[in-house]
Ligand binder design. Sequence first.
Ligand SMILES: Nc1nc2c(ncn2[C@@H]2O[C@H](COP(=O)(O)OP(=O)(O)OP(=O)(O)O)[C@@H](O)[C@H]2O)c(=O)[nH]1
Length: 638
Amino acid sequence: QEGHEALPAPSPAAFDTLFSTIDAQPRDHADTRARMPEFTRLRALVPPGDESRLLRVDALQCGVGLYEDAARVGVEAQALVERARRRDDGYALSRAYYCLGNARSAQHDERTSIADYTQGIEAARRAGLVVLHGEGLALRAATLSAIGEHAVALIDLTEAQREYERTGETTHAERNLLGLAVAYRRMGEFDAALDHLVRAEHAARRRSDLETTYTTLLQQGYLLFDRGAYPESIGPLRQALAIAERQRDPGNVAYALAALAASEVRIGNHTQALASVERAQARLGSEAHGGGVDMLVHLRRGEALAGLGRHHEAVAEFDGVMAELGDSDNPRYITMLHRARAVSLEAVGRHADAFDGYRRVLAAQTELDALARAQQEVLMRHRFDIERHELEHRRLAADRTLRDQQLAAQHRARHWRSVTLVASVVLVLLLAVLGLRQVRRGRTLQTLAMTDPLTGVANRRSLERFAALAIADCRSPPRPLSVLALDVDHFKRINDRYGHATGDAVLREVAAACRRELRQADLLGRTGGEEFVAVLPGIGREAARGVAERLRAAVAGLDFGDTALGLTITASLGVAEQCAQDTDFRTVVQRADRALYRAKRRGRDRVECDADDDDGGASARPMPPAPATPIGASAAAT
Ligand SMILES: Nc1nc2c(ncn2[C@@H]2O[C@H](COP(=O)(O)OP(=O)(O)OP(=O)(O)O)[C@@H](O)[C@H]2O)c(=O)[nH]1
């Protein structure tokens, strides 16, 4: 075995690497013989007893020798399917089915092969193997196309393309373009076909994939021919021919020349067409070539001869082709053949045969049209279904969006309701607080309006109001009521000696001391600078005198040691009891004031009563008017 490298030792890691490399390469499903050395290396890497890896090599290798013995390959593939099933290996199962499909295809059992491919496609899809899945779709599409099911083939290839693009399998997507283009052309969708062909050609040129570049150019030529653009088809066909020549592939050269000849016939260049055909025949030699290239060359040769007026030779060519054509062959070629043959038969005077030929052309054409219509219908139905699905999908999505929006709106509304509720509660609380504060402020204002700010005792106004009520109260049932008038002695001196602030403090202390000595029912008020008046309801003159004495003693007992050292104060008081003649409070106060005046006169720090009056009320003074400020508004005599 000269030239063979030594086989590697078993290694799972090395196996996996080589396996991925081989598996990623594009394959010719018909025959993998050229890759036998790779498979042998891979097989050597399988660790002993590793059934799983062995299964994979077998699956990868399945199909070798297909052309020689398709039946044997079919049996092997069937066994592989069983093994893959037992091991639950999606990859091997899918490959085994593809191999089985190829074997059946090679034995012209296309319907069964389609079922096998479908099984393989499903296995790949279940295993999530995108590339293998796409490969199966392409295989099935090729077989479908071969039996005239172009629409379903196009659908398969479109699905493969979508999957490749979705998963970013760019190379596979590019390789799939050619198949798609052919499928489109066969469906008569020429614009889509040309677009895919041009893209496939660019991709193939970029990859320096000459074989695919050749095919894309040949297909462009066919496409332009089908569209009746005969002169335009010459360019791509010549390029295809150049590539086939460079590759030294006689089959491809012959295909390109046959296609060129067909276009040359259509543009009336029959001599050139005949030359092309003869060149093709020379390249093909005497060997038989598969795939119908011989038949094509003869058909084109007949057309060229007919164009040159050599109808007898043309009929002979056409008859040769007819003998070779089977029923399963391409109806397009059959139609083309019968039409060309009928023209030549007519030219040589075989009118009845010509007529028969035209009849067959008509029948074949009708069949072709029906096929085309049926295929269009399948495709349209499929596209309609897809569109309907998409429409349904969009409608569902729109519904969902609407529902989401409704939910969001509901949510927002609920949110705002809570916000409003909280805000209302806060507002109510705020109003309550404000109201409360207002009430308090009103009370404070009222208190301020009724009290003397310096001492906190009642002011003149509230004293008069209280007295009026008390007097009325003491009338029925008749009860006594007395009034005391108190004036701090020599208060001016205190101010002068200790300052005004101390004077204020003295006034506050005097008020506090008096309040301590009075009952709850009594009311003390400040009526002038250093003069206070107390109303004592229910108290008669003598009892009031006692109270006045207590007040005098309390004032005299005040101690100012910590504010004004050495300061002692005294107060003089006058007492008056309300009597029947009194019209109002003022007259009682006047009598009390008179008594107070007397106390001052009699030496201060003492209490005098209106009953003790010895000057017959001549010294009675009216109550002093209410001062703007208590200071400087003394009512007491100096
Ligand atoms: N500190 C202070 N002094 C005041 C206030 N109101 C009046 N006075 C002063 O009190 C003094 C009252 O003095 P007079 O009316 O002359 O009487 P007096 O000095 O108390 O003498 P007699 O009443 O005769 O014992 C004046 O000097 C006023 O300015 C006050 O609210 N605070």
